[in-house]
Design a protein. Structure first.
Length: 302
């Protein structure tokens, strides 16, 4: 079943794009269990929404799939150049089998389909997903990502012979404009774009005590995961290494202490009744913050 857009950002990830899921709540398939370091639930009440039909010209997203060497192996690699006048936050392409592709042709995927236990009629529905979760400003090129088989983490199209059996089916795009994130779909068969019909406010933060206990993230886009009495978690996007370092120093300036090196990508900090986890994903430029109050634990022990 096709996803209605979108917006995916799971942690490093699941193939479907996270920001796309913020708009529509889609979920990528994965064979790995999620944990606090790789996923978080979206609080629908944490973001402001508005109706919108805004779209961009899909033809200005100049995408391609070419064979490149990644980690010493030749693989079909997806990339694109953003020729629009807005920042693209998320770009996902879903490929389907060509009408001329036969069951015998699909034998080139046997290693993956056997591992995924895909057989019989399910083989006819086998599709492929390419995505780029990096924020791509006007004129920039991003991607260098492999193509996932059946949207599964860890199962990739390995050569151009496999890629030759597929063609683009539809695309989902999330883009940033005027403090809001918008989404759209593009149908390759009908050469038609359709809007997601809603936009979400790009920057969100909590007014709770926990939100005030840590520095705010200095970025354009955030997504709140958890926001309750005991825990507040939030992800900042398009976060550079320099921005991560500045955030950690801001935590230190607020009195937080840590035994970890500030150059690490996963750091635990603490102060008074608060525990903070800072988790940085350099590949996708995401900074994830989780702050917990130990007051509740103290009261339970007493």
């Amino acid at each position: 079943m096709k996803k209605q857009l979108i917006i995916s950002i799971t942690a490093t990830i699941c193939a479907a794009s996270m920001l796309i899921c913020v708009l529509s709540g889609c979920n990528a398939k994965t064979d790995e269990s999620s944990d606090s370091k790789s996923s978080s639930s979206v609080s629908n009440s944490s973001k402001s929404e508005k109706s919108s039909d805004k779209m961009i010209d899909f033809s200005k997203l100049d995408w391609k799939v070419e064979e490149e060497i990644i980690d010493g192996e030749r693989r079909p690699i997806f990339s694109y150049t953003n020729n629009t006048n807005v920042t693209v936050c998320d770009f996902e392409l879903v490929f389907k089998q060509k009408e001329t592709t036969t069951r015998e042709d699909l034998s080139v995927f046997k290693e993956a389909t056997d591992a995924l236990k895909i057989s019989g009629d399910a083989l006819d529905k086998l599709n492929f997903t390419a995505s780029c979760k990096l924020f791509t400003k006007p004129g920039e090129t991003n991607g260098n990502d492999t193509i996932a088989i059946d949207n599964r983490v860890g199962y990739r199209v390995t050569d151009m012979k496999q890629y030759a059996l597929m063609e683009p089916d539809y695309a989902t795009v999330a883009f940033l404009d005027g403090g809001y994130i918008y989404g759209m779909n593009y149908d390759f068969k009908n050469e038609k774009s359709t809007p997601v019909k809603k936009a979400v406010e790009a920057y969100n933060w909590t007014d709770s005590e926990l939100g005030k206990a840590i520095p705010k993230l200095e970025c354009e886009v955030t997504r709140i995961g958890l926001d309750d009495e005991d825990t507040f978690s939030v992800t900042g996007y398009d976060f550079s290494e320099e921005m991560k370092d500045a955030y950690l120093n801001a935590c230190i300036d607020m009195g937080y202490k840590t035994d970890d090196k500030l150059t690490d990508n996963y750091i635990d900090l603490s102060k008074d009744n608060y525990k903070v986890n800072v988790d940085y994903y350099d590949k996708n430029k995401e900074l994830r913050i989780r702050v917990e109050s130990s007051k509740q634990e103290s009261s339970k022990v007493g």
